[in-house]
Write a new protein. Sequence first.
Lengths: 225, 726, 79, 79
Amino acid sequence: MNSSVIVFPGSNCDRDIAVALEKMQFKNQMVWHKESKLPKSDLIVVPGGFSYGDYLRSGAIAGKSLIINEVIKAADKGCLILGICNGFQILTETGLLKGVLLRNKNLRFINKDVNIKIINNETKFSNKYKKNQILKINIAHNEGNYFTNSNHLKILNNENLIAFKYCDKNGNINEDSNPNGSLENIAGIFNSKKNILGMMPHPERMMDNLISNTDGANLFLSLLK
Amino acid sequence: MKITNQVVEKHGLNLEEYSNIKKFLKREPNLLELGIFSAMWNEHCSYKSSRRHLKNLPTKGKQVIQGPGENAGVIDIGDDDAIIFKIESHNHPSYIEPYQGAATGVGGILRDVFTMGARPIALLNSIHFGSPEHFKTKSLLNGVVSGIGGYGNCIGIPTVAGETKFNKTYNENILVNAMAVGHAKKDKIFYSKAKGVNKSVVYVGSKTGRDGIHGASMASAEFDENSEEKKPTVQVGDPFTEKLLMEACLELMKDNSIISIQDMGAAGLTSSSVEMASKGDLGIEIHLDKVPCREENMTPYEMMLSESQERMLIILEDGKEKHAKEIFKKWDLDFVIIGKTTDTNKLTLKYNGKIEGEIPLDALASKAPVYDRKWVKKKLIKSKFDFKKLKKIKIEDALIKILSSANHSNKNWITNQYDQMVMCDTAQKSGADSAVIRIHDKEKAIAVAVDSSANYCKAHPLTGGKQIVCENWRNLISVGAKPIAITNCLNFGNPEDPKIMGEFAECLIGIKESCEFLNYPVVSGNVSFYNGTNKKNISPTPVIGGVGLIQKLEKPMDHLFKKKNSDVLLIGKTFGHLEQSVFLEEVHYILDGRPPEINLVNERNNGETVLEIIKKDLVNSVHDVSNGGLIVALAEMSMGSDFGIKIKKPKNLTNLYKYFFGEDQSRYILEVDKNNLERVEKILKNNNIFYDNIGLTQNDYFEIEDELKIDIKKLYKINNQWYNNY
Amino acid sequence: MKFTVTVTLKKDVLDPQGKVVLNTLQNLGMDNLKSIRQGKYFEIDMNDIDEEKAKKKVDDMCKKLLANMIIEDYKVNKI
Amino acid sequence: MKFTVTVTLKKDVLDPQGKVVLNTLQNLGMDNLKSIRQGKYFEIDMNDIDEEKAKKKVDDMCKKLLANMIIEDYKVNKI
Ligand SMILES: Nc1ncnc2c1ncn2[C@@H]1O[C@H](COP(=O)(O)OP(=O)(O)O)[C@@H](O)[C@H]1O
Ligand SMILES: [Mg+2]
């Protein structure tokens, strides 16, 4: 499978995701944001980091870059798009995903391993996971507090567009297991066609038992199917 | 403007120094020149009080590629890999504006490391605050922590280790020391020494503003009526620009375009240009009208003394200008040729074609003042308290008091604000004795840790200096790393006071003794004097940052108990040294007596043996015994693990307080599986190591026979509440 | 020609920052404080001479970048 | 009684955010844009009846929390 990782000034998880993709045998290319054309890709990843320093609003300025128009076009044609952390924020800023990521409830940057539950395992991104499977996965963000209007929230629930929810290690989804104040503990969502996934946790950090665990690997394996 | 005595003094120069300036110039300096002398001759740049003492430190070793004298130290970790690292203070700015002060501290030290060609792979920090009750402490803590996190997180380098302490000695002067560690290829290391005449001098990075112009602030009254307008401004960090600058520099470093490169740190354009030219035995000519400025009407004085962040000076090979410019353009950064190297051995400053200042470089560098300041020795004070008269307190209560105190609480509240995982090579995060960072794409890893003990150093600087190096070495050993070299940040009070100068001199003697004996050279460092106010100096606080090597990272070693029914061995002798201990300080509010002595022979022997045992994969967990003594170390091994311990009461030491809370040095605790015990004991005996089998791990409880039994979950909770309640 | 722009969160959008600021101020002993909402503020200097044109441009900037119209409102003022 | 507060960086203090926003707007094709500086904005609702008292309180809030007096200036307005 061919993948492309978009690199913005201030992206800093671009190398990490590239390493993960290559480990899973993707043929990966890095794409600088000033480029006006995308290489042929089955998967486009918008990586984590602080594109443009998170200035103004996280993701806002990257959302206006040249290459993003190409990403939008590819998405419309059904190309798979994965936005991780800052990438998720950028995808909401472009409108490819609905809703917005607000400041964490405690107003502090949060980096820790949290548990998330697989809510929908019937997508191109998640078919290698079991439904309700609990993963341990690293988060690292200032603005991960997912918010959307009540209409859209209904759609998310009715159409099974919620990918993951924060939970505790026994799978309980409640305020105590919500690290950042996200609506209904949402940690990741799909668009209605389910070819776009935005998520705050970092699957690329969970690829190696020496460093953490391998709970992220199945996401990439799902995509390869 | 006329240079009066008053103007001279406001530049921090004394009259004798001023007359030397006139001698060197053979005339009176103008204001620009005076500002430059003031920047280069101040303590921070000239090391005038410390140089004589620093000279004595051991700085060489088989693995040292570059010792002190460059932007950072460089060590050899085998193959074609080098590690480049340094620690630096940003104490005063952080007290004035904690967020920006701490953030720019991180930014500054990162530049020191990537300017040498290294990609930074880890950040550490040592932060010291006043008493938690002091009215400023809380906001300083908040600001400093979010500033450190804000910069490191944004630029995408993991902040993996550090230390945080509270002590009223820092009420009016906090300490913020940041350390950066980078990785480079051995044959791709860049130095600041200029070479060749008529080479382009290039300014890259952010524009220059009126940030932190010291001299200007002091002399501002004389400038003009609008002096209020020209008040120095706080340096504001821009980690986003630094990230671009870092990537651009690393990109340019891939080929052979750069002759030399130097970040603009303290005293900005002045110190960088002077350093590059004087090291290369050349001259340098700068056209100040070309300097990219952020504000209108900036004067040459302001440009030369500005401490705007995220800037670099590069000397390029002939014909590489266009290539280099393209790289910086790609990263949206300023790139301007502002001058050239000359053969005049002078710093020549031109503005619109006119010479505004000209100074012989040796006057600024090699001939800068050096002082042999008076210093007095500190006597070892016998403790005055009577141990028998101490209030009775249960061991359990004392332990809980310590574990719930500000200084000994779990630091998750802080470290959760730092991205520790970005770059995906952090094998051991904060919370362990050392952090462990894998070298990308390789099997090997480095271990890093920072340490200080102001109480010990205050009580007896020589012993304290010795102790911190050993403690740092122990921390690296505990994760299975072979210690290689250190950097140090020496935070002291006013060096003009012989007592303070004595603390400095003696701490350095202590550091030197340990470093020499342990073959643990100093490769970089930084001195910060004048910490304190109105004759109230801080306790001497040298901070040691160590780097060690793990040849093959198979499983990271940490201090948490892994299984039940393992034997727990205490390595090293326990004498029961309670003077200057956490127990007396936190439980009885006594800070008195001598710090624990160090026997360097035992230190080395114990450490090398523990390392051997770890390498043979014979232990489940390892922890060194430090502040709080044996009981606190054992509690730390239980909290956060699923296993506790059942400790037998000691046979020979009758006083339980001394046994459990004594801070005798050179000790480690090992958790050993029953089936490995024999092999471990054999190694210990072969190496003549004193050890004791002190108990067995067990499920759920931290227990001392017939004395106490606490649920480890409860201990964990107790240990985790201070920050959240503060 | 100078304009100011204020960007504020829409009424039904959670304002975590404002809430924390409110709590903190109350803890600092500020009484009678009913509510506080936080937003962004911009001072924009335009070289245009035609006010109408300039204002339209500023309006455009807000829509295109400065405000996220899903959650935020904005106001433009000439000063 | 309602007040607005604007908090802006002091002149000469680096505004990294404003710089990036300016560049982006220019790249988006906004011409004649001379400068843009970003700050914070607060809307504060007070229960007080005495305007003077209320204003003094808001002033106090700015000094104590809302503005960082080392690098920022603030302005209070009754609306
Ligand atoms: N305590 C110390 N021990 C060893 N070397 C030191 C110490 N303090 C400073 N140095 C060395 O002196 C040189 C100048 O230090 P400094 O002025 O802090 O560097 P920079 O100009 O990069 O900020 C550096 O090479 C540094 O490593
Ligand atoms: Mg330097």
